[in-house]
Design a protein around this ligand. Structure first.
Ligand code: PLP
Length: 457
């Protein structure tokens, strides 16, 4: 399989040509899904005993399969949390694969892990966490949240009084679904502070006071959100930090989406208090322009994460040996074998410098404010709330939920845009509204105007 022959060289050139084309083409075609049966009919059997050959397989990928995917970096892909990896990071993602680096232990991955750690130092510095704080790159925000929750729970369980007790976490109704979902994985319960805007210290304090003694005994952590996925709302992080310190609770901040704004000059102050967290999730694959997948978990006391996560096994002893000493990323999160997924971020940061990141993040916030202005000037649409971070929620006057769905599908079908509706809760009532989330600094004013115009019919 490794034999380098003429055909292999040809194939490599073809693949590189495609990759170069994709990297240098700023506005790819907006693909859309097809039914599995349709795809099967178009490509036929691809896995056969003899193999169909690289040329054929690649052709099918280019002509059919990649067209049934949505390029998340399209400038009019403003749905969910889009992405916009830098060209440098995409290129280096190829290099990361080609270099075959095992990112679990320093013994094998030292040079790659060194680069990841340089990028991590920058991330830590953005948060303002105290000396000694450090983190690792994970497969995403879900894995980062899980790693933090396990660390918090294991630390709490050191107290013999907690050893057979089922844990309890408090978070807000605006928290990301992964917090609730990962609580199931570690078999702990979640109580929600119901809120339509940010979780305030007062609301959290009330929730804690309302617990019965047994629930209070089970409570070990509070998860605040640094930029809700739906609306970009930031909890009162300082107020929550103070309560967690006073009540001796682990304070985790989920800033998977919003954390990128710590690099911004205009919005960093909104996160005041984040530096007091015990752990923070930030996804570079969301708002720090890294290719999928790249999340990060940062800890105030990384040694607690190591106590919770370091795996033992006779086959692993060599890595812990004196001769191999160095930083072992696998000791600090749930995954053992791992890609050095922070490497593309490192290269891009090294190439562009951190100022460029501040510029690109600020651009997303500017685009959200610009969209807010264009919406206010447009007779048929109105803001549902002021833009927050890079999220804008707005309503098309007179539209039913079905109108929003039809509009989304029509624009997607035509290869024009992907903008999806969401629900917004106000005074206890849910309303279907339209939502923009800006990440890509190449999105232009006219992209926004054209999307708004598509709501006129
Ligand atoms: C996206 C998101 C997550 C989940 O991150 P993945 O990388 O998709 O696993 C968690 N929390 C928040 C706030 C998010 O926006």
């Amino acid at each position: 399989m490794h034999k380098v022959d003429f055909e292999m060289v040809e194939m490599t050139l073809d693949v590189m040509k495609y990759a170069i084309g994709r990297i240098t083409h700023p506005s790819p075609e907006l693909g859309k899904p097809k039914k599995e049966a349709e795809l099967k009919a178009l490509v036929g059997e691809t896995i056969t005993e003899a193999g169909i050959g690289g040329e054929k397989a690649f052709q099918l990928f280019k002509d059919v399969l990649v067209k049934a995917t949505v390029p998340i970096d399209h400038p009019r892909h403003l749905a969910f949390v889009p992405a916009s990896p830098t060209r440098a990071a995409v290129m280096f993602d190829l290099v990361t694969s080609a270099s075959s680096i095992h990112g679990a232990y320093w013994m094998e991955g030292a040079g790659g892990i060194f680069c990841e750690n340089e990028a991590m130092k920058w991330l830590v510095s953005l948060t303002g966490m105290s000396d000694g704080a450090f983190g690792v790159f994970t497969s995403g925000g879900t894995a980062a949240n899980l790693s933090a929750m396990v660390t918090a729970r294991e630390n709490w369980r050191k107290n013999p009084k907690h050893q057979n007790v089922k844990g309890l976490i408090i978070t807000s109704s605006g928290a990301h679904s992964s917090v609730k979902s990962m609580a199931k994985v570690i078999d702990c319960d979640v109580l929600l502070v119901e809120t339509e805007e940010e979780m305030t210290a007062v609301a959290l304090q009330e929730k804690i006071r309302s617990l019965d003694p047994q629930q209070r005994h089970r409570l070990f952590a509070v998860v605040g959100t640094g930029g809700t996925t739906n609306a970009g709302i930031i909890d009162d992080l300082s107020g929550i930090a103070a309560i967690c310190e006073q009540e001796n609770l682990w304070f985790h901040v989920d800033a998977a989406y919003g954390g990128g704004a710590l690099a911004s000059t205009s919005s960093k102050h909104l996160f005041k208090g984040i530096e007091r967290a015990d752990s923070i999730t930030i996804d570079p694959h969301k708002w720090l322009f890294s290719p999928y997948d790249c999340g990060a978990i940062l800890y105030k006391q990384p040694e607690l994460a190591k106590e919770a996560h370091a795996q033992d096994g006779s086959y692993l002893d060599i890595f812990k040996d004196e001769g191999a000493h160095g930083f072992n990323p696998s000791d600090y999160q749930i995954q053992l074998t791992r890609r050095v997924r922070g490497l593309p971020l490192w290269f891009s940061l090294a190439m562009h410098g951190t100022d460029k990141y501040a510029w690109a993040v600020d651009k997303g916030i500017e685009l959200a404010n610009l969209a807010g202005k264009l919406i206010q000037e447009h007779p048929l649409v109105e803001l549902v709330r002021e833009p927050s971070l890079s999220c804008v929620l707005f309503r098309r006057k007179g539209w039913s939920p079905a109108d929003y769905t039809n509009w989304t599908y029509k624009n997607h079908r035509e290869g024009f845009s992907l903008v999806t509706p969401t629900k917004y809760k106000k005074d206890g009532v849910y309303e279907t509204v339209a939502r923009f989330c800006f990440i890509n600094p190449d999105t232009k004013e006219e992209d926004i105007t054209m999307i708004l115009a598509s709501m006129e019919e």
